[in-house]
Design a protein around this ligand. Sequence first.
Ligand code: PLP
Length: 377
Amino acid sequence: MGNLLLKDKVFVTQPVLPELSDFNKYLQEIWQSKWLTNMGSKHNELENELKSVLKVPYVSLFNNGTIALLTAIKALDLPYGSEVITTPFTFAATPHCIVWNGLKPVFCDVEPDTMTINADKIESLITPKTSAIVGVHVYGFPCDVEKIDKIAKNYNLKVIYDAAHAFSTEIDGKGIGAFGDITMFSFHATKLFNTIEGGCLTYNNPELVKKVYNLRNFGIRSEELVEDIGINGKLDEIRSAVGLLNLKIYKEEQRKREKIREFYNSRLSKVIGIRIPQMPDNVTNSYQYYPIVIEDDYPISRNELYDRLKQRNILTRKYFYPACTDYECYKNDLAVKLADLSVVNDIKNRVLCLPFYGALQENELAYICEGVENACQ
Ligand SMILES: Cc1ncc(COP(=O)(O)O)c(C=O)c1O
């Protein structure tokens, strides 16, 4: 097996798709109704169903996670030019949404185990200009929500979570979207639960319902009333239909990924120099990614392992390399140059996300594991 090359490329993920015949039925309904977007029946049904899936009182659907996050920050009316403490170990959308709101991202280091924002380092970054914290539940590992909540209360800060990787994750049985002021989920095609493009905001405060609704729909309240300076964040009926169908199958996909995780764990936990980050016992895994960390005692570097697997038609992701603080648009900021980001700058060179989706076959999994096990051959 070691010298065999897989015939087809193995990608890092594969979208979860409903049966085409089921989708066709929904399409026929939409065609008949002629209601394609603007909070139609499929949209409203999906919003309602997500409340119970995510265990939150309020859900607002969006056309993608980035517009949702942009709107979440806007909805909290943070003072223009104020500082928002966030993590550089995330996707570009997180800090970009802060800047698009006229705010300044202040980058905080992460925890070595969960790779989420290090709550113990947040306080030293707080200044009189700080208005909010944006945490990211990277790979579905929850931020230290309790500590962050305490800090926010002490300093009167708002808290927004980017839960793009954490669909259906629960902490002690509580939906992850119930923490902080607002949480964003992405329903991009690569996410466990997808609407092709899409996303949502979740929150507990009933006062945000109207605000978020307005911001998502140009501020238009009724035919002759525009109340706010909103944007177009609406999710259409066709994508909502994909969401309704994918809600029926995402758990099955999770079960398959759980088995794949077990397979990887049983093989890779024996490999010297490979660390597999573990979900805390009180947290349910979303099964969005399978990250491994390449330690110093592994024979080759993360980049060499990435190349080696690629040569074998296995496509992995150096997620998140580069860190946001390495981007051209952020790296020259003096605060970024002076920031203590030692853990981020180490972990970004060590993490590798392996292929992770339900349709992976056992021979493919074995082949991937061999590629990691026999790093020097
Ligand atoms: C951590 C994180 N935040 C935000 C986003 C943006 O979401 P979307 O692609 O739905 O706009 C993504 C990725 O897709 C992400 O991984």
